[in-house]
Design a protein around this ligand. Structure first.
Ligand code: 4NP
Length: 151
């Protein structure tokens, strides 16, 4: 069976597109369906931030064709795991839940980190260094999450 994993941030243009790209690179399509979205509709239909596209490209990951969309209550039924970037994403995603089974699907991606990281920080208003840091944190978290959920 395919495990469906949804990576979630606020805008779906900086962190979760990178997370989607990293997860896709390290999984195959038979075993995992990977998608991403944002809790907001601020950037609905937009391509990822150029800084995220650039960091991903440095690691041979093409995220340029992704388009931003907003998290819906239906997503929480469809996906098996909803992995969020920070506490604000967590409370916004939990607020859409209508059952205990849905609540159980939602977790901070940083729970899977081997290094201490309470959250994946929002890099939007900072410089390129913030995106490099986000990539490194996400790479560690995604790798460890997949190790725990390997098929
Ligand atoms: P993301 O970053 O949640 O990682 O996609 C952000 C992108 C846009 C905004 C905030 C965070 N914004 O306020 O427009």
């Amino acid at each position: 069976m395919t495990t469906k994993v949804l990576m979630v941030c606020l805008g779906n243009i900086c962190r979760s597109p990178l997370a989607e790209g990293i997860m896709r690179k390290h999984t195959n399509k038979q075993d995992f369906l990977i998608d991403s979205c944002g809790t907001s509709n601020y950037h609905q239909g937009a391509a990822p931030d150029p800084r995220s596209i650039s960091i991903a490209a440095q690691h041979n990951i093409d995220i340029s064709k992704q388009r931003a969309r907003q998290l819906t209550p239906a997503d929480i039924d469809v996906f098996d795991y909803i992995l969020v970037m920070d506490e604000e994403n967590l409370s916004n995603a939990l607020a859409l839940c209508t059952s205990a089974a849905q609540l159980d699907k939602i977790a901070l991606i940083t729970n899977a980190s081997e290094i201490y990281a309470p959250r994946i920080p929002d890099p939007y208003y900072g410089g390129i260094d913030g995106f490099t840091h986000v990539y490194e944190l996400l790479h560690d978290c995604c790798k460890n999450w997949l190790k725990k959920h390997a098929k």
